[in-house]
Design a protein around this ligand. Structure first.
Ligand code: ARG
Length: 458
């Protein structure tokens, strides 16, 4: 009995360093459940096709039940000498059931086996992520609904621009998350195809039934080219790209939470359970969780680049380079899953300081555009209106007041078109209510957007 599954043709063993360098068992054992599932479907197909006997299948099934139990109980003896999850399980199976275990690998290669395992694993991860996005969205909608009419300054260039409602602002993130969910759903279609049957690269001479295996494993279809099936990891790259975008969106939200929570801004407070203190400055409450979300976005972006770089120079078909696909992929899924779980909870712990938002609006001449629009509606060309309001803002700045603090006479000095109906548009509520089209910030529109969103969530 040779020491390794493949060592028959070798005249000397690999060094311990090479063994460690080439092994993947300490990270790919995460796919054990998927590996067993794939093997059982393959064995069932082999038996149906008369490639192995019914007794072989029964033995393999019995052995796999035992192995699954050992792994779940943490009793399985993972061994570096057996390289990866596939050979570890196969070796244990053979120890348990003898020759049937040795027949399992008929018509199969680790190349199509590993590609199948990753797809099964990733499909589960995507399903989990989609459920978590849904939870995040639900909670986001609750906070948005409670603040559908809460005025806050909208910013451009981080300068106060125009009034929006806090609910409208949060709904921007809902839209982003909706596209994120679409991307994962779309990516799942391409993940959910079966590589098994491709064998090492060229297919196999046994009379296999790939459609049967695909059905057994819940794949939508088979991969239609054996070389492609074992060699491409574009589905994993796509997953990382969708993850990088999702994290980018959450990173932007995190940046805003951090900013809003800064005592200099003070728009919100985060629940204590998402913050930490300082070991030296007793007064501090730091937004560590959003900061880490922002930070972890960097590592997800890094994983995307790692996988793209891993792939770009590989000739067809399988190369061992591909063993390096797993850690970035697992790390990405772990990071996205934890981030979504934490965010779904954190979002409900936002305490909105509506007074601070309103105070900020007063200091920023946020309704200046509304005054210009008002003059346009009275017949002034927009450029002239812009100029008149700019002079009014300068005067307000000099006087240290906000635009609605001017008297009617003071406002008329900037344009004789100003009438006493001007105060309706100069107020924050008037400004908000006037943006009453689809996608606008009028509270009624925000409520309509939330209702629409709830109906798509089901
Ligand atoms: N551990 C390997 C991987 O992750 C399994 C495939 C190995 N195939 C091979 N021909 N060496 O890619």
């Amino acid at each position: 009995q040779p020491a390794k599954a493949w060592s028959g043709r070798f005249s000397e063993p690999v060094s311990d360093l090479v063994k460690r360098y080439t092994a993947s068992v300490f990270f790919d054992q995460r796919m054990a459940r998927q590996d067993i599932r794939g093997s059982l479907a393959h064995a069932k197909m082999l038996a149906r096709q008369g490639i192995i006997g019914a007794q072989d299948l029964a033995d393999i099934e019995r052995g796999m039940v035992q192995i699954r139990g050992e792994i779940e109980r943490g009793e399985f003896d993972w061994n570096l000498d057996d390289e990866d999850v596939h050979l570890n399980i196969e070796k244990r199976l053979t120890a348990l059931v003898g020759d049937a275990g040795k027949r399992l690998h008929t018509g199969r290669s680790r190349n199509d086996q590993v590609a199948t395992d990753i797809r099964l694993w990733l499909r589960d991860a995507i399903d989990q992520i989609l459920a978590l996005i849904g939870e995040f969205q639900k909670n986001l909608l609750d906070v948005a609904e409670a603040n559908a009419a809460t005025p806050m300054p909208g910013f451009t260039h981080l300068q106060i621009a125009q009034p929006v409602t806090f609910g409208h602002h949060l709904m921007a993130y809902f839209e982003m998350s909706r596209r994120d969910a679409e991307r994962f759903t779309d990516c799942r279609k391409r993940v959910n195809r079966l590589p098994l049957g491709a064998a090492a690269l060229a297919g196999t001479s046994y009379p296999i039934d790939r459609e049967f295996v695909a059905r057994e494993l819940g794949f939508d279809e088979v991969c239609y080219n054996s070389l492609d099936a074992v060699s491409d990891r574009d589905f994993a790259i796509e997953f990382c790209a969708a993850s990088a975008l999702l994290m980018t969106h959450l990173s932007r939200l995190s940046e805003e939470l951090i900013l809003w929570m800064s005592p200099r801004v003070g728009f919100i407070d985060l629940a204590d359970r998402f913050c930490t203190g300082s070991s030296i400055m007793p007064q501090k409450k730091n937004p560590d969780v959003p900061e880490l979300v922002r930070g972890k976005t960097g590592r997800v972006n890094g994983s995307l680049i790692a996988l793209l770089t891993l792939m770009k120079g590989q000739p067809l078909a399988y190369n061992k380079d591909n063993q390096e696909d797993k850690e970035p992929l697992f790390d990405t899924a772990d990071t996205v899953i934890d981030t979504l779980r934490i965010y779904a909870d954190m979002i409900t712990g936002i305490r909105v300081k509506a007074d601070a938002m309103r105070d900020a609006l007063k200091q920023g001449y946020a309704t200046a555009t509304d005054l210009a629009d008002y003059l346009v509606k009275k017949g002034l060309p927009f450029r002239d209106a812009h100029e008149a309001v700019a002079l009014a803002v300068r005067a307000a700045e000099a006087k240290g007041c906000d635009l609605p603090d001017f008297s009617l006479d003071e406002l008329r000095a900037f344009s004789p078109l100003v009438g006493d109906d001007v105060f309706a548009v100069l107020t924050v509520e008037g400004s908000l209510a006037s943006r009453a089209h689809v996608g606008g910030t009028a509270p009624d529109q925000v409520r309509a957007a939330i209702a629409r969103a709830r109906s798509t969530l089901g």
